[in-house]
Write a protein that binds this ligand. Structure first.
Ligand code: N7H
Length: 577
């Protein structure tokens, strides 16, 4: 189980992670001859890159809303549940299904909200909504009675779950699952993501879901509140602006410059949706152009199409420890704390990109807000800074997304096969500036602590989140030998180091971890059609493919009272605007 990443066996190559992505390429229209490979005797002038093929239509009404659109709400609650019986679980899925927000609703709402904001400035509060999405662990799919053939088609890492993958992820020592606070050690069956603009709306939504679970006999394992920081909205607990850089998605993200249809905002490459949604075309990698369309992503049985994999990690942040380290290291290096933090992150706290602004004593984003505009905040690459003189090779945003730089694992096209769609939100109260690290408030006990509810979507947990976390973040030899560990989030069990080119010394010891894992798991977030199937209702595949129904509940599980919605002929999808 999960041995492919263990330290006792050789680390898998990037190619091994991509197994299964190559076969259908030609069928989907990617050029048969690799770019740059010319037949003998032909002229050497390379042909112009092929125009990107037209993507197959995305059914946004069938995909859950947080995957491609992003809830983007200041208040969110995660609700973890277990199903005591198959029938209770199915009744519950049937009841929540009609309340699940689709990508079509969320993307339309977000566009309308942006338009209102542009016209009316701060009056965006005029437009509000509440959203809900649902996802399941492998244990949850099993509890819902999915048949064993279908279960066996889900990827191994998802079946194992996050706790079983702890050694590969660096979740050892204080981060080991056996040290997680108790409610988070128990394996959930389902995760509800509830989101609202106001705390009042969220509490109404949460109470309604708690009452529904109680009524249907579904057990609530834990609830976890997340909220945008009141004192520094948009900034996570270490003080950095978050949520700046995300992959763009073809067919969803609108290019800001019509002359450049392959980018959303400047610097935001558009990727094929199959990187995040199962059954859609993927990136190709290797020597193909970034625009080449790859085969559809596969991630389970046929009804997994339009679903996505969700990684949840409850990451505690030692804010006092981080502040102390930055201050002490800055003093030792003879540079400002603003610059030291930027060297570790790759951005100043305001979000200003270190690569474009260079070393400055004071955060340049504070004096020049235009550095934070959509046009400038993401418009940079690392290839021209090959040795990390400006942005160290192990800085957080360089480790997790090396952009165009050549790395141990390939070039830019390869890197684009390891992207994730981040949807995290902070939890816990802010630590007021100046709180001494000896103050108990600086190091709160579980579970009343502070950190990040890290959530990310992808079509392959192994090729995306796990690859980034285990092969990049915690490996001191990525992007190349001796680059050091990610100084912000690496979970170093034994003291690691962060390489600061030009620093004195250039290997700065990382004697402590600033981020500790305190819970988490791997979830599958099905399409809306598949939810109907999981409720024990009609087949999930809208394309007319007949699929066997989930196995019947065991005889020991009481069936829920017959309701018209459980009968196939009567099931109707709710109308969505
Ligand atoms: Fe990271 N932070 O606030 O310190 N992250 N992150 N992250 N992160 C990013 O560009 C942070 C974590 C990525 O496209 C920013 O949006 C914290 C994990 C990726 O240029 C900031 C934690 C993983 C990017 C943080 C944490 C990642 C990114 C800059 C944990 C994956 C985009 C703002 C407590 C394994 C890189 C931005 C790009 C950016 C922070 C965790 C990945 C400020 C506190 C576990 C891919």
């Amino acid at each position: 189980m999960g041995s492919e990443h263990s330290s006792s066996s050789p680390r898998p190559s990037r190619r091994q992670f991509l197994v299964g992505l190559g076969s259908a390429t030609a069928a989907l229209g990617a050029p048969a001859v690799l770019a740059g490979a010319a037949p003998a005797g032909a002229a050497t002038t390379p042909p112009p890159p092929p125009a990107p093929p037209t993507p197959p239509p995305l059914n946004l009404s069938d995909i859950q809303g947080n995957v491609l659109g992003g809830f983007n709400k200041d208040n969110q609650t995660l609700l973890a549940l277990t199903f005591p019986t198959t029938s209770a679980g199915r009744s519950w899925v049937q009841s929540v299904r009609a309340q699940i927000a689709s990508a079509s609703e969320v993307t339309s709402f977000n566009s309308a909200r942006r338009a209102v904001a542009q016209r009316a400035g701060a009056q965006t509060s005029l437009l509000t909504s509440t959203w809900m999405n649902v996802a399941f662990t492998y244990a949850g799919l099993t509890a819902l009675g999915v048949n064993s053939t279908d279960l066996s088609l889900f990827p191994q890492e998802f079946r194992s779950g996050m706790a079983a993958r702890a050694p590969q992820l660096g979740d050892v020592g204080a981060s080991a699952p056996s040290n997680w606070p108790l409610p988070f050690q128990r394996r959930a069956h389902a995760l509800l993501i509830l989101a609202a603009d106001t705390a009042t709306d969220l509490s109404t939504l949460t109470n309604r879901q708690l009452a529904l679970a109680k009524k249907l006999g579904v057990k609530v394992l834990w609830t976890q509140q997340g909220s945008v920081r009141v004192d520094q909205p948009g900034h996570e607990h270490f003080g950095f602006k978050d949520g700046i850089s995300q992959p763009g998605v073809r067919g969803v993200t609108t290019p800001s410059d019509p002359a450049n249809p392959d980018q959303g905002i400047p610097g935001q490459d558009l990727l094929w949706p199959g990187e995040f949604v199962i059954g859609q075309p993927t990136q190709v990698g290797g020597t193909q152009p970034l625009t080449a369309m790859g085969p559809p992503s596969v991630g389970g049985p046929a009804w997994a199409s339009n679903g996505s994999y969700l990684v949840f990690r409850r990451l505690r942040q030692d804010v006092a420890g981080f502040r102390d380290f930055v201050a002490q290291t800055a003093a030792a290096q003879g540079i400002s704390t603003d610059l030291m933090g930027a060297k570790m992150m790759g951005r100043y706290k305001s979000g200003a990109a270190l690569e474009t602004t260079g070393a400055q004593a004071a955060d340049p984003g504070l004096s020049d807000p235009t550095l934070l505009s959509d046009e400038r905040v993401n418009d940079f690459e690392f290839g021209g800074d090959a040795n990390g003189a400006v942005v160290p090779l192990a800085a957080h945003i360089r480790k997790t997304y090396p952009r165009d730089a050549q790395t141990r694992d390939g070039g830019e096209a390869d890197t684009q096969t390891h992207r994730i769609m981040r949807r995290g939100i902070p939890f816990g109260a802010s630590l007021p500036a100046g709180t001494p690290s000896t103050d108990p408030a600086a190091r709160p006990a579980y579970p009343a602590d502070r950190g990040l509810l890290f959530l990310c979507y992808q079509s392959s947990i192994r090729r995306q989140f796990e690859f980034v976390q285990s092969r990049w973040v915690i490996d001191p030899n990525f992007p190349r030998t001796d680059a050091g560990q990610d100084p912000v989030i690496a979970q170093n069990a034994t003291p690691g180091s962060f390489t600061l080119p030009g620093g004195q010394p250039n290997h700065i010891a990382l004697m402590q971890r600033f981020v500790t894992t305190t819970g988490g798991d791997y979830f599958f977030q099905p399409s809306l059609a598949a939810l109907q199937r999981l409720a024990g209702g009609a087949p999930a595949v809208a394309a007319g493919v007949a699929l066997p129904l989930a196995t019947a509940p065991s005889s020991g599980s009481p069936r829920p009272p017959a309701s018209p919605r459980r009968r196939r002929s009567k099931v109707r999808r709710p109308k969505r605007s």
